[in-house]
Design a protein around this ligand. Structure first.
Ligand code: HEC
Length: 113
């Protein structure tokens, strides 16, 4: 049992060692993780991938930022998710981590490509 626990720990440590440096190097990987976050954060209640619901579709959000640099687009989207859009049903997510925000923004922006 002790060996199993150590092996499990080693496996988790190895996964983290691979995942952390790749977080910024690999946008595709970020985007995949971002999609999972969007699912678990219930964003799909109000945003479809291609269909508008209560809020705009994620494809339309990606399109809106198509003319901006990747950096500017990511910053704007991250700000809207974290701070919300005042006066609308888009609520703030003040406790979301910077890493999660980055992954979600990468996923949204990947939809325009
Ligand atoms: C209760 C419904 C609701 C939920 C849940 C929700 N949103 Fe929204 N969201 C909206 C609405 C409505 C707008 C449009 C606000 C406006 O009129 O500008 C919006 C706007 C946005 C925008 C800005 C779009 C733009 O025009 O630039 C982003 C990005 C966004 N949402 C991402 C998310 C993400 C990511 C989540 C999950 C963490 C989420 N939303 C959860 C309703 C929601």
């Amino acid at each position: 049992m002790k060996t199993l626990t150590l092996n499990t720990f080693a496996a988790i440590a190895a996964t983290l060692a691979i995942a952390i440096p790749a977080a910024h190097a690999n946008e595709a990987k970020d985007a995949a993780a971002g999609k999972l976050l969007v699912k678990s954060d219930a964003c799909f209640t109000c945003h479809g991938v291609s269909a508008a619901k209560i809020g705009p579709s994620f494809e339309d959000i990606a399109k809106k930022y198509a003319g901006k640099s990747e950096d500017a687009a990511e910053k704007a989207i991250e700000g809207e998710i974290k701070g919300g859009v005042k006066g609308t049903m888009m609520m703030a997510h003040p406790s979301i981590s910077a890493n999660d925000l980055d992954e979600i923004a990468d996923w949204i922006l990947s939809l325009k490509k």
